[in-house]
Design a protein around this ligand. Structure first.
Ligand code: NAD
Length: 495
C-alpha cells in the first residue's frame, strides 16, 4: 500500500501523530494508500520552514524566479502522463480528462512565467516639483493553499505559480482523498531547483486547515472547495487578519433558446453534465429549456446518454469514470430517488446500470420537469445527474439564475447575437459561456464565481491571482536639485 507523507524542506516527513486516512482506487473500490494527516506541530514545522525560506526567496531576482518557473513548466509537461495516471488512480477520472487537467494547470505556470511584465509597477514622474511617485508590488510572506479532491493537480497550480512568482513561499494542504498527484507536483518543484521550503506540503484534514487559518505566520489563504467550508475558511481566516480568497460550490445553469443549434446544445449538455462524472465545479447541472425546444432537447440528450461508455479511467474506451467514494456515490443515488419522489420525471435512471466490479460507479441520470423547490435543483449534487427545468421565456430563465444562491458559471445556447449579448449582461454569475457550456477562463484571465461561489474579493489565477499574492507599496521621493549642488557637476547653472 502506498504511504503518502508530507514534504517539508524538500524532505519526506512522516507524521508522528498516528492519524492517517485511507486512499482508494475508485474504479476498483480497493484501498491503495494511506495518507498521513498532519498534527498542529507538523503544520507548524512546514510554516516555519516556509517562513525561513521567504527571507531569501523574497529577494531572489526576477530573472532567477522566471528561470525556475520555466524549469518547472517543462518538468510538468514531461511528466504529464505520470501525473495523469496518478489522477486516474486516486480520483477515477478518465485519462483524457486527467491529461486535460494537467494541460490547464500548465497554462497557469506559463502565465506566471510572464509575471515580470505584469508586476512592473507604475511610475509618476514630476508628481510635484522634484517629486516622483511610484508603486511597486511586493510579496506577502507565507501563503497557504487548501484544495479540493476534484482537481488535485490543477487547483494547486491555480495558486502556487503565481504565489512564488510574486516572491511568496507556500504551504499546500491538498485534499486527503487523492493526495498523490499534488505530492508528485511538489516533488517536481524541488527538481526544478526551487530552494527547500519555498513550497512545502502537508497532508491533512480539519486539524491542518484550522492550524493554517490561525497560524500567525501565514499571511494569506487560498481555498477551493464546497460552499460551507469556503464560508468557514473565509470567516476564520479573515478574523485572524489574513488575506483570504475562498471559492465555493456551484449549481450551473445552461439556457437553451428555441433557436439554438439542437445538436450543439445536446452534445454540450452531455459533456458538461457527465464529464468527470459531474464532479466539476463548472459542470452543468441544470438545463433550462425555453419554450418548445424542451421535448426535442430532452430526446437528443437521452439519445447521447445511451451511448456514453462508463468504466475505469485507465480503459481508453471509457468516457466517464467512477465517483470519488462509495459514500458519495450513495449520496448521489439518494438525490435521484429524492428527485423522483418530489415529482420530477426520471427519464434516465443511472442507478439501473449494473457494473461488474466493486468500484464506486453509477450510471448517468436525467430528470425532466424539475421545479426549483426540489432538492435536486437546490443542492449541489456533484455527480452525473442533470436536471431539466422548463420555462416559457428568457426572463424567467434569467430570474431563476438570479434567485439561485450560487453564481459560478452560466451558459446560453442560441443563434441570436443580441440575446447572447443581453445574457452576458444579465447573468448573475462570474463566468459566462455563449454556446460554450463550461466557460473556464484561459490562464491569462481569472477564475471565480459570484455570490455563494466565492468569498473574498479576488478571484483565482491570472491577473487577479497576481494581485492576491502581492501588495502595493507606494514610494514618494524627492531629491535635491542637482543644479544647486555645492560640488561642480558640470551643470550649466553651476558655472
Ligand atoms: P471540501 O470542501 O469537502 O474540501 C475542500 C478542502 O477543505 C479539502 O482540502 C478538505 O480537506 C478541507 N476540509 C474539508 N472539511 C473541512 C472542515 N470541516 N474544516 C476545514 N477544512 C475542511 O470539498 P471537496 O469535496 O474536496 O471538493 C468538492 C467541492 O469543491 C464542490 O463543492 C465543488 O463545487 C467545489 N469546487 C469549487 C471550485 C471553484 O472553483 N469554485 C473548484 C473545484 C471544486
Amino acid at each position: 500500500m502506498r504511504k503518502i507523507t508530507h514534504l517539508i524542506d524538500a524532505q519526506s516527513v512522516e507524521s508522528t501523530s498516528g492519524n492517517v486516512g485511507p486512499v482508494y482506487n475508485p474504479a476498483t473500490g480497493e484501498q491503495t494508500g494511506e495518507v498521513d494527516l498532519a498534527s498542529v506541530e507538523e503544520v507548524d514545522l512546514a510554516v516555519e520552514s516556509s517562513k525561513k525560506a521567504f527571507q531569501e526567496w523574497g529577494n531572489v531576482s526576477i530573472a532567477k524566479r522566471v528561470k525556475l518557473l520555466h524549469n518547472f513548466r517543462n518538468l510538468v509537461n514531461e511528466n504529464e502522463i505520470e501525473i495523469a495516471s496518478r489522477l486516474t488512480e486516486e480520483h477515477g477520472k478518465v485519462s483524457d480528462d486527467a491529461k486535460g487537467e494537467v494541460a490547464r494547470g500548465i497554462e497557469n505556470i506559463e502565465f506566471a512565467c510572464g509575471f515580470a511584465d505584469s508586476l512592473k509597477g507604475t511610475y509618476s514622474e514630476h508628481a510635484s516639483t522634484g517629486v516622483d511617485v511610484y508603486t511597486v508590488r511586493q510579496p506577502l510572506g507565507v501563503c497557504a493553499g487548501i484544495t479540493p479532491f476534484n482537481f488535485p493537480a490543477m487547483v494547486p497550480l491555480w495558486m502556487i505559480p503565481n504565489a512564488v512568482a510574486c516572491g511568496n513561499t507556500f504551504v499546500l494542504k491538498p485534499s486527503e482523498r487523492d493526495p498523490s498527484a499534488p505530492r508528485f507536483i511538489i516533488e517536481l518543484i524541488q527538481e526544478a531547483g526551487f530552494p527547500p521550503g519555498v513550497v512545502n506540503l502537508v497532508n491533512g484534514d480539519k486539524t491542518a486547515v484550522d492550524r493554517l487559518l490561525e497560524h500567525p505566520d501565514v499571511s494569506a489563504v487560498s481555498f477551493v472547495g464546497s460552499t460551507p467550508i469556503a464560508k468557514y475558511v473565509y470567516s476564520t481566516g479573515t478574523s485572524n487578519g489574513k488575506r483570504v480568497q475562498a471559492l465555493g460550490g456551484a449549481k450551473n445553469h445552461m439556457l437553451v433558446l428555441p433557436d439554438a443549434d439542437l445538436d450543439l446544445a445536446a452534445d454540450a449538455a452531455v459533456s458538461a453534465a457527465y464529464g468527470s462524472a459531474g464532479e466539476r465545479c463548472m459542470a452543468i447541472s441544470v438545463v433550462v429549456a425555453i419554450g418548445d425546444i424542451a421535448d426535442p432537447l430532452v430526446d437528443a440528450i437521452k439519445l447521447r446518454m445511451e451511448k456514453l461508455v462508463i468504466g475505469p479511467g485507465d480503459d481508453p474506451d471509457s468516457e466517464m469514470g467512477p465517483l470519488i467514494t462509495r459514500e458519495h456515490r450513495d449520496k448521489v443515488a439518494g438525490y435521484i430517488e429524492a428527485g423522483e419522489n418530489e415529482g420530477a420525471n426520471l427519464v434516465v435512471d443511472g442507478r439501473e446500470q449494473i457494473f461488474d466490479n466493486s468500484g464506486f460507479f453509477i450510471g448517468v441520470s436525467l430528470l425532466d420537469h424539475v421545479k426549483t423547490d426540489m432538492s435536486v435543483y437546490k443542492d449541489e449534487i456533484f455527480g452525473p445527474v442533470l436536471s431539466v427545468v422548463r420555462v416559457e421565456n428568457y426572463n424567467q430563465a434569467v430570474e431563476m439564475i438570479s434567485s439561485n444562491p450560487y453564481g459560478n458559471g452560466a451558459a446560453i445556447f442560441t443563434r441570436d447575437g443580441g440575446t447572447a449579448r443581453q445574457f452576458q449582461q444579465d447573468a448573475d454569475a462570474g463566468m459566462v459561456g455563449i454556446n460554450v457550456p463550461i466557460p473556464v477562463p484561459v490562464g491569462y484571465h481569472s477564475f471565480g464565481g459570484w455570490n455563494d461561489s466565492l468569498f473574498g474579493d479576488t478571484t483565482m489565477y491570472g491577473p487577479e491571482g497576481l494581485n492576491f499574492y502581492s501588495r502595493p507599496k507606494v514610494i514618494t521621493s524627492r531629491w535635491p536639485d542637482p543644479t544647486t549642488s555645492q560640488v561642480d557637476l558640470g551643470f550649466p547653472q553651476n558655472n
